[in-house]
Design a protein around this ligand. Structure first.
Ligand code: PHE
Length: 490
């Protein structure tokens, strides 16, 4: 018979029983009985009431006494007929000290001082080891001890009081001695045959603990983004509004003195929008100055000398760099009285790239811009040094580069100690007068700027070598969940 059925049969005869008693009678572990009771309770076959019982139990030492005899009895038995010097006796048994004093006070042994050295001898012919008898009874669950005796055993650390939680069982409203098998699932078959009408279903256990809710996890890109943001904010930069993925070619390219025939403006490199295909509103006087500097030159520049077309500038695209946002911000800055500014942005850009392990068609750009009177290349190198060392890159190298909108331009390389080599981490430069002067910025104001991707440092920091492990459908969510809340790798 199953345990829960045995409980029901037992209850059928006696109406009420304590689970501790059941455990004793069935020779079962009490916890197992409680488990069975809980499931019977869910079926309303029994009801239970929790009670706390205190009970006396043998300590480890008490267990020893119950097995081998009290310390005094053990000592008594090791005293030979002829007697034994006390010092020698003390070496023969464990717990001899307690045993000796107890045996003395019980009048079981004596010290014969007439011998030299004095001898310990038995005083009585036989003893009754009541301590052992008492403990054996307690072990059997019989407790008829007088309080002072029990307390004495407690003081001698032979007994200890324990509290046990148990349950008083009685018959529940659905009591019976057999357990019906209740349905746990409503199946489509039950619905089709209509059997659900007569079947009995197991009631829901609304007290059961549900699945612990999982907390959210930040993607590594978000963590590194907030590190970048913090660095910029600590350095006194203001964040630019980057909430425009769709830009006109004008702000993305023309404002940046990027000629209209530049290969980057080709559909092979840029995603153009089909709807809405073009933008209509531009600050027209500024647009005229941009057109002029491209086609005829000005501000000491000869320009590109080509036929600049507004149709080309109107074309909408997914912005290819956040420098489009910087251009808007600098134009805006030029419209009021000039004040030095430090701007930054971190957001998405899009490029018509062939996808591979290190390139995606969309990624994040981190960009810093400083506009102030008299700043130059030395300031740019200094600020890049401060910026990247906060990120944990302490060795930088710069390589001359080309951007249509900066002169001079520098690629930024950092020595990666983990990889043991120099890697390219960004691009930078001093914005050209052909870009800044048409905006209306004062002639003595220079703007230094740099940009990098968010993905590359994240891959380095998280030891990923395929960008598709970081972004896209192949991202392992476990990776996101498992990566630590913070890294101490700076
Ligand atoms: N726009 C550049 C890029 O996309 C980065 C850059 C920003 C370079 C500012 C110079 C100045 O790589």
């Amino acid at each position: 018979m199953e345990l829960n059925e045995r409980i029901l049969h037992y209850l059928d005869k006696c109406n009420e029983v304590d689970t501790l008693k059941l455990a004793n009678e069935f020779h079962e572990d009490h916890q197992k009985i409680v488990g069975a009771v809980k499931s019977l309770e869910a079926l309303e076959m029994v009801t239970s009431e929790a009670v706390k019982n205190t009970r006396w139990e043998l300590t480890e030492e008490g267990q020893l006494v119950s097995d081998k005899g009290s310390h005094e009895a053990v000592l008594y038995r090791s005293v030979p007929e002829a007697g034994i010097p006390q010092a020698e006796l003390m070496k023969t048994v464990p717990n001899a000290k307690v045993g000796f004093s107890k045996a003395m006070s019980s009048g079981w042994i004596l010290i014969d001082k007439s011998a030299a050295p004095p001898l310990v001898k038995r005083k009585v012919d036989s003893i009754v080891d009541t301590v052992q008898e008492h403990l054996n009874e307690i072990k059997k669950g019989i407790d008829n001890l007088a309080d002072n005796v029990r307390n004495d055993y407690k003081k001698r650390k032979l007994l200890q009081e324990v509290t046990v939680k148990s349950f008083i069982l009685s018959k529940g409203p659905q009591f019976s001695t057999t357990i019906k098998k209740l349905e746990t699932d409503l199946t489509s078959e039950m619905l089709q045959t209509g059997s659900w009408k007569t079947l009995e279903f197991k009631p829901y256990n609304f007290d059961a603990l549900g699945q612990p809710p999982e907390c959210g996890h930040l993607h590594p890109l978000l963590k590194v983004r907030s590190e970048f943001r913090e660095i910029f904010l600590e350095m006194g930069f203001t964040e630019m509004p980057t909430n425009m993925y769709v830009e006109s070619s004008f702000w993305n390219f023309d404002a940046l003195f990027q000629p209209q025939q530049h290969p980057a403006r080709d559909a092979h490199d840029t995603f153009f929008m089909s709807s809405p295909a073009s933008s209509e509103h531009f600050p027209m006087d500024y647009l005229e100055r941009v057109k002029k500097v491209h086609s005829e030159g000005g501000y000491g520049s000869q320009g590109y000398k080509y036929d600049w077309k507004i149709e080309e500038a109107k074309k909408n695209l997914l912005r290819t760099h956040t420098t489009a946002v910087s251009a808007r911000m600098l134009y805006k800055l030029a419209q009021g009285e000039f004040r030095p500014q430090k701007y930054f942005s971190i957001d998405k850009v899009f490029r018509n790239e062939t996808l591979d392990a290190t390139h995606l068609a969309e990624f994040h750009q981190v960009e810093g811009v400083i506009a102030a009177r008299g700043v130059g290349l030395a300031d740019l190198i200094g600020v890049l040094d401060a910026f990247f060392s906060r990120l944990g890159f302490h060795k930088l190298q710069f390589k001359p580069a080309y951007n249509p909108y900066t002169e001079p331009s520098m690629e930024i390389f950092a020595y990666h100690t983990g990889l043991g080599k120099w890697i390219e981490i960004g691009n930078s430069g001093v914005f050209r007068p052909e870009m800044l002067l048409p905006m209306g910025l004062p002639a003595d104001v220079n703007v230094i700027a740099w940009g990098l991707s968010l993905e590359r440092p994240t891959m380095i920091k998280y030891g990923l070598n395929n960008i598709r492990d970081l972004v896209g459908p192949k991202v392992d969510l476990q990776m996101v969940q498992n990566n630590p809340i913070c890294r101490l790798d700076k």
